[in-house]
Design a protein around this ligand. Structure first.
Ligand code: ZN
Ligand code: ZN
Length: 339
């Protein structure tokens, strides 16, 4: 079968690899129907992360189930499903606490498309093996277009969870979003849905700023100064802009939450004394995606968030090795569109 591989910075290619088969009763085989480029993939492809090629690429997809083991109860062949990035069993102590990115049954950090802990394939492959089908696969409701759901297992779920947990759940209604693309825009959209009353969106890309302004945010190309006031929730999806993260911490309100979604590689410094005085909680983490998927699908079905507003054009599947390297917003491709 064909598999998209990250070879080295600035280069991906199609490779012929063995088609995976079921290895036990609890597994499923899935063919990606729609797959996307995560904003985190951009620094991976440019060589800005510690991840070095070569490996099968891609960790955001909706797929169609093509085969299941005898013990699989949650999905059937033909079902459309969200495939999460992380490989997780659903039964170990950490999975049961919802920490699905830290499953104890697989090498720590096991993920599709990033070769972090073993080779699990990538979600641009023709066929993907899902080691724990009932724990990992969530059915897409029939009324939803899989195109809208391509990033539900990843960035859409993260944005929805941040908004529900911290904006609605903790009343953090002043939000500072440090962004470089679709993840930040999704956070803005979800934050307003869940009760934010003031959102400042910071992005160097004018097109993204226009989209954020349409959502009701104050859109800036650099973080604001203190005259803008303090923020209860600061989200960093700037792909490693440490200066912006520090600025976000300095703009934090008492007991603020600062959440970095990744992109900072290696050591850095933070304004620890200011954090101490304000009582700032800083979390830098990979997301536990599986628990976010169902609620994010519900949110799309209810019309509360429309992720495709923040995608770039659809690219042809055959063109992915070149198209995935292009700058711009989120790239999405349909597997049946080979043209
Ligand atoms: Zn991702
Ligand atoms: Zn587990």
């Amino acid at each position: 079968m064909r598999s998209l591989w990250f070879v080295e910075p600035g280069r991906t290619e199609w490779r012929e690899v063995p088609t995976p088969a079921l290895e036990n009763d609890g597994q499923a085989l899935v063919t990606p129907v729609v797959a996307g480029r995560c904003p985190f993939d951009v620094p991976v492809l440019s060589g800005a992360t510690p991840l070095r090629g070569d490996f099968a690429f891609g960790h955001e997809a909706v797929g169609k189930v093509v085969a299941i083991g005898d013990a699989v109860a949650g999905v059937r062949p033909g079902d459309l499903v969200v495939v999460p990035p992380e490989i997780c069993c659903g039964e170990c102590g950490r999975c049961l606490r919802g920490w699905t990115a830290h499953c104890e049954a697989v090498p720590h950090g096991a993920t599709y498309g990033l070769a972090v802990a073993g080779d699990w394939g990538g979600l641009f492959d023709d066929v993907v093996r899902v080691p724990y089908a009932d724990a990992m696969l969530i059915r897409v409701p029939p009324e939803l277009d899989p195109y809208e759901c391509v990033a539900v297992g990843d960035t859409v779920g993260v944005a929805h969870d941040l908004a529900v947990r911290y904006v609605r759940g903790e009343g953090r209604t002043r939000v500072l979003m440090l962004s470089h693309g679709s993840t930040g825009l999704l956070v803005v959209a979800c934050a307003f849905v869940h009760g934010a009353d003031y959102v400042v969106y910071v992005d160097r890309n004018a097109e993204n700023r226009a989209l954020a302004a349409n959502l009701g945010a104050v859109a800036l190309s650099e973080p604001p100064d203190l005259a803008a006031g303090w923020f209860d929730l600061v989200v960093d999806a700037s792909a490693g802009n440490v200066e912006w993260l520090r600025r976000g911490i300095e703009l934090s309100a008492p007991e603020a939450r600062v959440q970095s979604l990744g992109g900072i590689f290696g050591a850095t410094t933070v304004p620890a004394y200011e954090m101490y005085v304000q009582g700032v909680t800083l979390r830098i983490a990979r997301a536990n995606n599986v628990p976010n998927i169902g609620p994010a699908l519900d949110s799309i079905a209810a019309g509360l968030v429309t992720p495709s507003l923040f995608y770039s054009d659809i690219v042809a599947w055959n063109d992915l090795p070149e198209a995935i390297l292009e700058p711009g917003r989120k790239i999405v491709s349909r597997h049946d569109d080979q043209a």
